[in-house]
Design a protein around this ligand. Sequence first.
Ligand code: NDP
Length: 247
Amino acid sequence: MFDYQAPSQLLKNKVILVTGAGDGIGKAAAISYARHGATVILLGRSIKKLESVYDYIDKQHLPQAAIVPLNLDGAAEHDYIELANTIETEFGHLDGILHNASLLGERTTLANYDPTLFEQVMRVNVTSQLLLNQALLPLMQKAGSASIIFTSSGVGRNAKANWGAYAISKFATEAMMQILSSELASQSPAIRANAINPGATRTSMRANAYPEENPDTLPSPEDIMPLYLYLMGKDSLEINGQSLDAQ
Ligand code: NDP
């Protein structure tokens, strides 16, 4: 596991947007960021799941969260602009984005891949990240030092048979991170962009990809949080353009 012990108030007064915050790794990251002092904006498509994370944060007396129900599949440019306007009105700036939401798509050959599903996976896993960044970068420039974290995968570095659109979307995510990090590095105040490969983690996506696997053998989303905290907080100010392993 990535070796980092986050100070308890690492993210005090920070405002952080987490996509796919209702389940799996995104849920654990949102709660972990709140535990370390951040106000988290919970973005996802299932309002019920977002509300349950919101309620949990509330019951723990952590900084009050905000909920943004948004289906990244159908979202249009104006939805992202509306989101940016809401964040500006409520908080004035944005310190971090964790791009975490993703679709697995089909596990099949490219020859058999459904083109409609291919486009859906690319919209959710890639295009939505571009649109979110475009809408939110001005708000991140208003923060002292902001951090953008993308979520990669082992197959985003070495693609394998039957990983189809998902692997292609993760290669694209790595490229987006590299391009953005170099474009933003020269700006002041600098915004850093990095990627995390979570590694095999006990979530419903993993169970769908590997139905034969015993989930109890895998680390939980909570176990892999040290790298998520490190890249979001001030101890990683010098890290930019890197793709790191959480495990
Ligand atoms: P989950 O399937 O458990 O969670 C994915 C989240 O993304 C859910 O909250 C889901 O919302 C959300 N989401 C999916 N589609 C949309 C959409 N159209 N609009 C808004 N939100 C959406 O997956 P994990 O927690 O396992 O994955 C988190 C990230 O980690 C992903 O980027 C994944 O590719 C990556 N990853 C995971 C690994 C693992 O072993 N778990 C390994 C390598 C990478 P809802 O719950 O409403 O469906």
